[in-house]
Design a protein around this ligand. Structure first.
Ligand SMILES: C[S@@+](CC[C@H](N)C(=O)[O-])C[C@H]1O[C@@H](n2cnc3c(N)ncnc32)[C@H](O)[C@@H]1O
Length: 224
C-alpha cells in the first residue's frame, strides 16, 4: 500500500473506526471472539458495512474454505481496503461496492452475515433496512452475527462512554442499548441464539434466520 493509501486508511480509522482503537486498548482479541461465535461451516460469508475490513482476517482464519464478500458503500474506503488486502491478505476476499439497504445479491445466497460496529451509525429505519436485507440474502437457518457498542457499566465507565458517545457518535446510538439491538434483530425476522454483553465496549447478538418468518422491509412501512 502506498503512503497515500496508508494515510487515507489511518485517517478513515480515526474518523470512522474509533472502535478499532478502543478494542486494541482493551487488550483482548474481541474480534476473534466475535468470529468465534459463528457456528457451522458457512460456505458464503458476507461482511456488511465492512469499513476497514477488520473482521475479514478473523473469518478467513476461522473458515478458510469460505467465500468471503466484503461490502461497503464508500468507494474510496473499499478501494483502500482492497489494496491493503491484496498486499497483506487474507487472500480471495471479494469486494462489493453496494448499499446494504438494497443489496444486489440473490435471496438465500449467504450462509453467514456479519455486521460489526456499523449499525450504531445508522438511524432506526436504515438499521431496519440493513437487517431486513441481511435476512433476505441469508438461507433459511443462516446465521447473523452483529457486534456493536454497548453502554458502559458502573458510574465511571458509563459516564466516560456517555461523554464519548455524545461527542463522537450519532444521537440514535442509545436506541441500540438496553436490549434495543436485540429487539431490532428479532423484528427483522431472526431468532436470537445468543446475546453476550460482557465483551469490552461490545454487545454481541448471534441470531438465526427463522425458516418461514418474513424478513422486515422498512421502506415498505414508509409507503403503506
Ligand atoms: C464504523 S464503519 C464499520 C466498522 C467495521 N465493520 C468494523 O468491524 O470495525 C461503518 C461503515 O459502514 C459503511 N456504510 C454506511 N452505510 C452503509 C450502507 N447503507 N451500505 C453499505 N455500507 C455502509 C460506511 O461507509 C463505513 O465504512
Amino acid at each position: 500500500m502506498d503512503l497515500r493509501a496508508r494515510v487515507d486508511m489511518f485517517s478513515y480509522m480515526l474518523s470512522n473506526d474509533i472502535v478499532e482503537l478502543l478494542l486494541r486498548l482493551a487488550g483482548r482479541d474481541v474480534r476473534s471472539e466475535i468470529a468465534g461465535s459463528a457456528s457451522g461451516s458457512p460456505a458464503v460469508i458476507i461482511d456488511e458495512l465492512t469499513g476497514i475490513g477488520a473482521m475479514l482476517p478473523r473469518y478467513a482464519k476461522r473458515f478458510p474454505e469460505a467465500r468471503i464478500i466484503a461490502i461497503d458503500l464508500d468507494a474510496g474506503m473499499l478501494e483502500c481496503l482492497q489494496k491493503h488486502t491484496e498486499r497483506a491478505g487474507p487472500e480471495g476476499v471479494e469486494f462489493l461496492l453496494a448499499d446494504a439497504r438494497e443489496l444486489p445479491l440473490a435471496a438465500g445466497s449467504a450462509d453467514l452475515v456479519n455486521i460489526s460496529y456499523g449499525l450504531h451509525e445508522l438511524n432506526w429505519l436504515d438499521r431496519e433496512l440493513v437487517l431486513g436485507e441481511a435476512c433476505r440474502i441469508l438461507k433459511p437457518g443462516g446465521e447473523l452475527v452483529v457486534a456493536d457498542y454497548r453502554a458502559g457499566r458502573g458510574l465511571v465507565r458509563r459516564s466516560l462512554t456517555s461523554i464519548y458517545f455524545r461527542l463522537a457518535e450519532p444521537r440514535w446510538i442509545r436506541e441500540i442499548f438496553d436490549g434495543g439491538l436485540q429487539r431490532q434483530v428479532e423484528d427483522a425476522g431472526f431468532e436470537i441464539r445468543r446475546v453476550t454483553a460482557d465483551l469490552p465496549v461490545t454487545q454481541l447478538v448471534v441470531a438465526r434466520k427463522a425458516g418461514n418468518a418474513p424478513c422486515a422491509r422498512g421502506h415498505m412501512r414508509l409507503v403503506t
